[in-house]
Design a protein around this ligand. Structure first.
Ligand code: UD1
Length: 384
């Protein structure tokens, strides 16, 4: 038996491990693998803990209840990372996995990989147990902006992992440029797209449009939660004035992240937002409803990573409100346009979309819903 320990903590992680678990369960039923079943143990660090940020994703995507919830909650980056590490080490020592799997670029990703890597250099000798390999899913992405917490998490995680599963060719190039050996690198495609493909029937049934009284292509969606956008009063104020202009032309739906909600209150922007009649703020929305909402929208404005990929797959125009993107293929081949936080640029692109001149994207190679199949096959080959 081969034991995998899968670590998740934040909203985007849950989406990525759902198809992975489904695939592990599928291959375990295959005859030829019966001698080597892949047993997995799921650890939730508790980085995200609100119902709308965590539990709803487990329900929507039928993810099994975690075997462990470390309950670390919020805190500074150092505190959150340290708490996860402290609570995770005894779990790894107890479970003795052959492989530790981390996904994405959140604090739980780095903390998980670091615990596993550090165990290797301890003097600890456990009878009949070889310390685990580390696999990083969604490796190699780089924004080249070291002020982003995610960029720190990505770089460090990649350099201590043994198996690097990459979503797009630029990721392979980045890893090679950083001196990572090519034998560790696997271009497998985007696991987020697997989640989407597998959830299609459920997405079709979502009633979110009628619930929010929306008509297809008559509204835009906004997601905004990055510290670089919501933690600075002037930047957030400029963005709000940009959204104010846009909502005069098209309704904007904004499912709000708790961090952004807190900052809006702190900076006293609530009354200003209330006056924007076509700017609708909702609670965070679960996975199935969110994809349905985005798919039906005229365009998306976002500072999220995953949604840049999902809109490219769905062929929905995407305006990214960040200075950089670590997902260049969505710009080169997809529907994404990097607008930075430039009011004129954002409004110009919105006008283009509204006059039917939106950017048309292409289909991306390996974003085909079969990424988890490729990953699990490689895992089987590498650890058997
Ligand atoms: C984290 C990830 C980010 C990802 C985002 C998705 C890191 C460094 N950042 O950012 O890459 O895009 O998740 O959502 O890991 N909060 C709640 N309830 C929750 C979770 C958070 O109220 O369930 C509030 C707390 O006030 C907390 C703040 O949101 O302090 C930020 O949470 P945190 O997990 O530190 O980072 P995110 O901004 O969510």
């Amino acid at each position: 038996m081969l034991k995998l320990l899968i670590i998740v903590g934040a909203r985007p992680n849950f989406i990525k491990i759902a198809p992975l678990i489904e695939e592990i369960n599928r291959v375990n039923k295959l005859k030829y693998l019966r001698t080597y079943p892949l047993k997995f143990c799921l650890v939730h660090t508790g980085q995200h803990y609100d119902y709308e940020m965590s539990q709803i994703f487990f329900q929507d995507l039928k993810i099994p209840k975690p075997d462990y919830n470390l309950g670390v909650g919020s805190g500074s980056h150092a505190l959150q990372t340290a708490k996860i590490m402290e609570k995770l080490e005894p779990v790894i020592l107890k479970e003795k996995p052959n492989l530790v799997i981390v996904v994405g670029d959140v604090n739980s990703t780095l903390a998980g990989a670091l615990v596993a890597a550090k165990l290797r250099c301890s003097q600890l000798l456990i009878t009949n147990y070889q310390l685990p390999l580390i696999a990083h899913i969604e490796a190699g992405l780089r924004s080249f902006d070291m002020t982003m917490p995610e960029e720190i998490n990505r770089r460090l995680t990649d350099h201590i992992s043994d198996l690097l599963f990459v979503t797009e060719p630029a990721g392979v190039k980045n890893l090679l440029n950083e001196g990572i050996h090519k034998e560790k690198i696997y271009l497998v495609g985007d696991i987020m797209i697997d989640a989407l493909v597998k959830s299609k029937p459920k997405i079709q049934k979502s009633k979110i449009l009628s619930k929010l009284n929306l008509k297809k292509k008559n509204y835009a969606v906004l997601t905004l939660h990055r510290p670089s956008n919501v933690d600075d009063k002037k930047i957030l104020s400029n963005l709000i004035s940009t959204f104010n202009e846009i909502q005069k032309k098209i309704k904007i739906i904004y499912p709000i992240h708790p961090r952004a909600k807190k900052q809006i209150k702190k900076f006293g922007f609530k009354t200003r937002l209330k006056k924007m009649k076509n700017f609708i703020i909702t609670s965070p929305i679960g996975y199935i409803d969110m994809i349905k909402l985005v798919r039906g929208s005229k365009f998306l404005m976002t500072d999220s990573g995953g949604l840049q990929e999902e809109t490219t797959f769905l062929k929905v125009p995407c305006l990214t409100l960040r200075e950089t993107t670590e997902r260049p293929i969505t710009i080169e081949k997809g529907t994404n346009i990097l607008c930075k936080r430039n009011k004129e640029k954002i409004i110009k692109e919105v006008k283009k979309i509204l006059s039917g001149k939106e950017k048309k994207g292409q289909t991306i190679r390996l974003w085909d819903g079969k990424t988890t199949e490729r990953i699990v096959r490689i895992l089987g080959e590498k650890i058997i």
